[in-house]
Design a protein around this ligand. Structure first.
Ligand code: SAH
Ligand code: F3S
Length: 486
């Protein structure tokens, strides 16, 4: 593999791995969660072995693959719009182009895609990417091809991802696939199947390889990372049937964090996503023990009302969530916490909504992602509950919590004024070619003058100003608060 440094329109360096011998061109794009972006890197790796190099130009692609998201109706509409665009390009500029749909929409809609969208030649679910070479052979012979079989074992642990659109500094490492939680609103358990964990040895090899190639930060990815459990393979739910030996040597998420943190003590480690019901004290204590595990937990709660949490099949109460927050703050006092929230879940009353508001007031999250409920066909809520909160009410509630979150973000960001923070430089600031942009351990964006620093450097920055979401500062010889000089 040869490395080609490309310059895109924004002037950011894109490092693409290409094989000289590859003649066909793959245009691949991803929508939705980080897992989809990570999966696309696995797909690019499989396709590189089939003679495809990636391209940024749709008009010159032999094959277009779109990795899709089904989480909300809007996400699906976005993909439908993209298919229209491919259709136009194929008609006007590139008649030989083939189009494949990957990911959650492929899994949810299956053959319907081939019927509804004439442009689509190939449909591949999230567990079937290793079948792409066979499916492609079908497409090359002029037939539509589909594989949407979900697996109980596939983790793609043996595939070394091709890093796409990389800054060369941060990378995703997937550690679990699927989800067993069955939140009643969520389509993921249906599109991504049962939860399974990846062999820690292959995770470790990937982390070491990334470090050796100059990466400085990894994010361990899973729908529900705290539920990670490796006992030699097999589904989480079958752990009880494992042998005594397997149980004794099992690796849980806290163990995995420790293994990664020790193997590469200078590599920053993040993880996402944590479900409150599975986040244990061990994990919080391990985070506190290792400086290189970042002080940030993404801890979606979805609602502050006990009644709604129950209807969502979130297996904890508001009070248990507060206890968890208190424990995080006690063990890691400067830990950033972020949220996902849904408003307008079926039957949500004004009182339920006020519980969400008061929960947010209690936690004062650093940042969050907020959504109006979108009914998903086939889910428990979709089948059994009427989507009965009027659209205007949903929108008003959403605006209320978005406004509240902005106030909280500002409070949290201001806490860093006049302190020194450690920033990992990722890229040039969008606003100024004289400034670098990076993130702190707490995942807050920080910009400061470039001076003699480079992308990939860790720099101590004195924070002199801020907006609600960004720290503004200058490089400082001082050591960040809460850390000791070695
Ligand atoms: N555990 C996952 C959650 C995936 S979905 C993860 O890795 O992030 C991301 C977020 O989308 C959820 O936390 C939830 O807030 C939101 N979401 C999921 N299903 C939804 C639906 N039907 N309507 C609106 N928002 C939804
Ligand atoms: Fe979805 Fe709940 Fe799993 S939000 S991804 S079912 S933890």
């Amino acid at each position: 593999m040869e490395k080609i440094i490309d310059e895109n329109k924004q002037g950011e360096a894109l490092v693409l791995e290409q094989k000289d011998t590859n003649k066909r061109k793959l245009f691949i794009e991803s929508y939705g969660c980080s897992m989809n972006f990570s999966d696309s890197e696995i797909v690019a790796s499989i396709m590189a072995n089939q003679g495809f190099n990636t391209t940024q130009k749709l008009e010159e692609a032999d094959l277009v693959l779109v990795n899709t998201c089904s989480i909300r109706d809007k996400a699906e509409q976005t993909v439908r719009k993209r298919l229209e665009k491919y259709n136009a390009v194929k008609r006007d500029l590139n008649p030989k182009m083939k189009v494949g749909v990957l990911g959650c929409m492929a899994e949810r809609l299956k053959t319907k895609f081939l019927e509804e969208e004439k442009i689509v030649d190939l449909v591949v679910g999230p567990d079937a990417y290793k079948d792409l070479p066979n499916l492609l052979a079908e497409v090359d012979e002029g037939r539509d091809a589909i594989n949407v079989i979900l697996s109980k074992e596939e983790t793609y642990g043996d595939i070394s991802p091709v890093r796409l659109n990389t800054n060369g500094v941060t990378a995703f490492v997937s550690i679990t696939r699927g989800c067993d939680n069955m939140c009643t609103f969520c389509v993921v358990p249906f599109t991504r199947g049962r939860e399974r964990s990846r062999d820690p040895q292959s995770i470790l090899e990937e982390v070491n390889d990334l470090w050796n190639r100059g990466y400085k930060e990894i994010t361990l990815l899973g729908q529900n990372v705290d539920s990670y459990l490796w006992y030699g393979g097999g589904l989480k739910k079958d752990f009880e049937k494992a042998s005594d030996m397997q149980k004794a040597t099992a690796v849980n998420f806290s163990n995995l964090l420790e293994i990664c943190a020790k193997a590469q003590p200078k590599m920053r480690i993040r993880f996402s996503t944590s479900n409150p019901q599975d986040l244990t004290l061990d994990v919080i204590e391990t985070m506190a023990k290792f400086d290189n595990i970042c002080n940030h937990i993404h801890l979606p709660v979805q609602s502050g009302s006990n009644r709604v949490l129950k209807a969502m099949n979130r297996l904890h109460t508001r009070e248990e969530y507060f206890e968890l927050i208190d424990n995080i703050r006690r063990i890691i006092p400067n830990c950033a916490i972020s949220q996902d929230m849904i408003v307008g879940f079926p039957t949500e009353t004004e009182e339920d909504f006020q519980d969400t508001v008061s929960l947010m007031e209690y936690v004062k999250y650093n940042f969050g992602y907020m959504f109006t409920y979108s009914e998903r066909p086939g889910t428990m809520a979709g089948r059994n509950m009427e989507d009965d909160v009027p659209e205007e009410t949903k929108k008003r509630r959403l605006q209320d919590i978005v406004d509240l979150q902005r106030i909280h973000s500002e409070i949290r960001t201001k806490e860093h004024l006049n302190t020194v923070v450690e920033v990992l430089i990722e890229k040039e600031s969008k606003k100024s070619a004289e400034q670098w942009s990076g993130r702190t351990s707490q995942n807050i964006v920080c910009v400061f003058p470039k001076a003699h620093y480079n992308i990939g450097d860790f720099v101590n920055v004195k924070v002199t100003d801020c907006t609600s979401a960004t720290l503004i500062g200058e490089a400082s010889p001082l050591i960040p608060e809460g850390e000791t000089a070695e």
